[in-house]
Design a protein around this ligand. Structure first.
Ligand code: PLP
Length: 473
């Protein structure tokens, strides 16, 4: 494609993008295509010759778009959000145009220096103390993996990297039964083995990890000849948003010499609001922390802010030094390739810089505060109905409920709610996620979408109640 053609198509594309943002609410939220439907419309073999941009774009609209689930839809209340926003999209256009690979300082000094700067802006915004050093990862899963690897190396005096884990006592990991699957996955990748991951019991009402159970598990593992190595605490776990008591858990971890990490992938963004800062009480006992601006801070996927207290330990865990990657600048600069599992890195700091400057911290606060207020009002509305029940306390903008009309036996409620969720998502007006809480089926509703307004929340709730009451009839 010549530059003149690029210019013309890019102008058309920007119009398409703006129209999409304005109209995304007209699509069904979850794609309504059956499995294989998109694939069936596309060519079996790649074209030998180049095709016209307008033809490719027409096929995209006709064949591909129906198979897209609209994460930017204002009535997307499933999973957690993956916000996009206009300033972030514009910055991504620049990032794509520059096409810089920011593995080393010298492969794009601005990429590195802005990564240090923007992660420190975020650190200040969420009230994380000084002394935490930031790096942008592709995902919270990668940050958790980095924590597990650093913990493993510290526990083995850096020998696991050299000779493997064969001659070590089993290394154990502690997290709650509410934790995201990323911890177990990271533990498998890092060689701990799933059998060495302790899913510590959480409190039945608050879903916070029980500190006494953590202490007992560490003691038992020590007595059995294992080496307790890493704690992963939750600030806003995925199911019901469980918030662990960082102070109580961190003290136990430190008393036993564990590496301690906080997974705040979703909830970390809400820490920009002073009224939620108390959740960080006890952070001084922790070695690392992660949250995802790509979830709830108006920043396009992917962008995960990972903080470590001791960058030396992380670098010693991950550094590689083939001749062609050596940096003549030495200690004067940071080479972020040594702070993450992949070597290559995108220029992700640019979109953070655009987003934070464009909204301002106050603008971002107002958006998140609204989401939480709307969730609180929806919680009241659910509590006021006779036939729906909340299944867990609301955490920030996350709710869990289920439908339980009079006359339906308790053991039929799981099946009824599963039918309800499927009917809601097949309907396409809104999109919610299933959950299990203490073994019972629940429906999960989170508010965090860039374009959501309270009217979208209420309209989605009305549709859920209408569909539910239709099913019961
Ligand atoms: C989303 C989420 C993760 C995983 O995040 P990725 O960035 O997709 O790896 C981990 N923990 C919690 C609590 C999450 O909500």
């Amino acid at each position: 494609m010549e530059i003149d053609d690029f210019r013309r198509h890019a102008h058309e594309m920007v119009d398409w993008m703006a129209d999409y943002m304005a109209d995304v609410g007209k699509f069904p939220v979850r794609a309504q295509t059956p499995p294989g439907a998109v694939r069936k419309t596309l060519a079996d073999a790649p074209p030998a010759g180049g095709e016209a941009f307008t033809d490719i774009m027409a096929d995209f609209e006709r064949d591909v778009l129906p198979g897209v689930t609209h994460w930017q839809h204002p009535r997307f209340f499933a999973y957690f959000p993956a916000n996009a926003s206009p300033p972030s999209i514009l910055a991504e256009m620049l990032t794509a145009t520059l096409g810089a690979q920011c593995m080393l300082w010298q492969t794009s000094p601005a990429g590195t220096e802005m990564e240090t700067l923007t992660t420190d802006w975020l650190r200040q915004m969420i009230g994380l103390p000084e002394g935490f050093h930031g790096v942008i990862q592709d995902s919270a899963s990668s940050a958790i993996l980095c924590a597990l690897l650093t913990a493993r190396e510290q526990a083995t005096d850096w020998q696991a990297n050299e000779v493997g884990l064969a001659n070590c006592p089993p290394l154990t990991v502690y997290t709650s039964d509410q934790t995201h699957s990323a911890t177990e996955k990271g533990a498998k990748i890092a060689g701990y083995g799933r059998a060495q991951v302790r899913l510590i019991e959480s409190e039945p009402e608050t879903f916070a990890m029980r500190p006494a159970a953590l202490e007992a598990a560490i003691q038992a593992d020590k007595a059995a000849g294992m080496r307790p190595t890493c704690l992963v605490a939750n600030l806003g776990a995925t199911g019901v948003g469980a918030m662990d008591d960082l102070d109580a858990l961190g003290r136990i971890a430190k008393a036993h010499g564990l590496f301690a990490h906080v997974d705040a992938a979703w909830a970390g963004s809400a820490l920009i609001l002073e009224e939620h800062r108390h959740l960080l009480n006890g952070i001084e006992h922790f070695d690392s922390f992660v949250f995802n601006p790509h979830k709830w801070l108006m920043t396009n996927f992917d962008c995960s802010a990972h903080y470590v207290r001791d960058p030396e330990a992380l670098v010693r865990t991950l550094a590689i030094n083939p001749a062609f990657l050596l940096s003549p600048e030495g200690d004067q600069v940071i080479d972020y390739r040594d702070w993450s599992a992949p070597l290559g890195r995108r220029f992700r700091a640019l979109k953070l810089w655009f987003v934070i400057r464009s909204y301002g911290v106050d603008g971002l606060k107002a958006i998140i505060r609204n989401h939480i207020d709307w969730a609180a009002r929806l919680e009241q509305r659910i509590a006021a109905t006779g036939d729906f029940a909340l299944m867990a306390p609301r955490r920030l903008s996350l709710l869990n409920f289920r439908y339980q009309p009079n006359g339906v036996q308790d053991n039929d409620l799981d099946a009824l709610n599963e039918r309800l969720l499927n009917a809601v998502n097949d309907d396409g007006f809104t999109y919610l996620t299933q959950n299990r809480i203490n073994g019972r089926y629940a429906i999960r509703f989170q508010i965090g979408q860039t374009r959501a307004a309270e009217a979208h929340v209420l309209a989605a709730w009305d549709r859920v109640t209408t569909i539910a009451r239709g099913l019961a009839r």
